[in-house]
Write a new protein. Sequence first.
Length: 155
Amino acid sequence: MKGRIKLFGLVALAVVVLDQAVKYLALSYLAAGPVTLIPGLADLVLVYNRGAAFGSFANLGFGPNLLIVLSLIALGVIVFVLFSQFAAKRTMQICLGSVAGGAVGNLIDRFRIGAVVDFVDVYVGSWHWPAFNVADMGITIGGALLAWGLIRSSE
């Protein structure tokens, strides 16, 4: 049990530290304007997302508080799952740590500045994927691998 908590915690901490460090750089260097990463495909931009994924709930008066509460509930569920048989495998501990680290990284932004700092803008022509950050990558990749693990374990 001690090993699973240690691995989970290390992964979560790594995601939070990387997320916050890169957001610090984004806030420092992107205030002057966007930077092209890959012409016609990806830019670095500074976006303050007051909503959830893709900006949802941003216009609701209670939206930011709801997102904080939902994030805290999600973290509670992650910790509960960490102690279940499902998280006995190291890969699941890594995935849970990645999701938890991403949630904490975005929660820090919500508490600190009232919005999540996003900075990666992927696009083709005039179509843009909503801007995202390292925490979002941790949540997405960890969540996708968790889902894949669930599908594989049910086979």
